[in-house]
Design a protein around this ligand. Structure first.
Ligand code: ATP
Ligand code: MG
Length: 285
């Protein structure tokens, strides 16, 4: 197997005395999709923000311990937790980029979508505005935005949620990152658009060879698109492995409970409401 692109080792992040992440370790391999799953509040977003070194900005968070090792093209590794903010600014976008849950809050309402993607490209690449505009248009085509030249002139509020999410993905992929972190990228979208987005991300990943870290609480999504998975609960690592192995034979009671929460076709026959699901009552957890 390839060497990991990213290795998180014993990561511990505190908000004051509260440990939002407690000794988390996992590996992410080039060209693969790793799903990070766990219930609300388990520390998934804090993990992503820690990797991007965004968690300490504007919060009381402190990365107390650990390493986040990124492998470079020459085979050497750097610890992202030890990089200067200046170095991180170049790593964000060029090596790792991130797509957030709600694209309306991550796009700037006063600039056209085209201008925002062009600016992102120009922040990372020495290029003329004209060439950046050409690249932006290519990216809009790549994420299958219909009439991309028109959408480049649109402001974010003029677009549907699905289109905004496509713009975010175009922006995130515009500088060919080796790792894309997507934090619940489809939860704000309706089900058909969700399926389209996931299909799109999968095919873009095959085209670009980027690794994807996909944060989700939806086991259906995990089964659909991920190769490997990490399960988190209450700030802690529960287990990790290939999706196939974990779905086949979950090692932890908590993972079994998560998997059991995926509704099966026909499971509501004769019932008007889904059964209440209480993780705490199962197997003494
Ligand atoms: N800025 C902050 N200040 C204090 N505590 C925070 C902050 N951000 C997150 N936390 C806490 O850290 C823990 C992990 O939060 P996180 O956002 O990573 O959860 P999550 O797994 O992404 O949940 P969700 O599925 O709801 O997005 C939670 O207990 C949360 O309350
Ligand atoms: Mg979250």
């Amino acid at each position: 197997m390839d060497q990991p692109l990213l290795s998180v080792r014993n990561l511990t992040v505190k908000f004051g005395e509260f440990k939002a992440i407690d000794g988390l370790s996992f590996d992410l391999y080039p060209g693969k999709t790793l799903a990070v799953v766990g219930e609300s509040g388990s520390g998934k977003s804090v993990t992503a923000l820690s990797i991007m070194r965004l968690v300490e900005l504007g919060t009381r968070a402190k990365v107390a311990e650990g390493e986040v090792l990124l492998r470079r093209d020459d085979g050497s590794t750097i610890d992202l937790l030890k990089q200067s903010e200046r170095a991180m600014r170049s790593i964000r976008g060029n090596d790792i980029s991130m797509v957030f849950q709600e694209p309306l809050t991550s796009l700037n309402p006063v600039y056209t979508t085209g201008d925002q993607v062009i600016e992102t490209i120009r922040q990372h690449r020495k290029t003329t505005r004209r060439d950046a505009a050409k690249r932006a248009l290519e990216m809009f085509e790549k994420v299958r935005i219909p009439r991309p030249d028109k959408v480049m002139q649109d402001y974010p509020h003029q677009l549907s949620g699905g289109m905004r999410q496509r713009v975010m993905i175009a922006m995130a992929l515009s500088c060919d990152p080796r790792l894309l972190i997507a934090d619940e990228p489809t939860t704000a979208l309706d089900v058909t658009i969700q399926a389209q987005m996931l299909g799109l991300m999968k095919s873009l990943q095959q085209e670009t060879g980027a690794a994807v870290m996909l944060i989700t609480h939806d086991m259906g999504v995990v089964a659909e698109v991920a190769d490997d998975m990490v399960v988190m609960r209450n700030s802690k690592f529960v287990e990790s492995g290939s999706v196939y192995d974990i779905f086949e034979k979950p090692g932890a009671a908590y993972t079994r409970a998560l998997l059991a929460s995926v509704p099966r076709l026909g499971s509501m026959k004769g019932k008007t409401e889904p059964e209440r699901f209480d993780l705490v009552d199962r197997e003494g957890m």
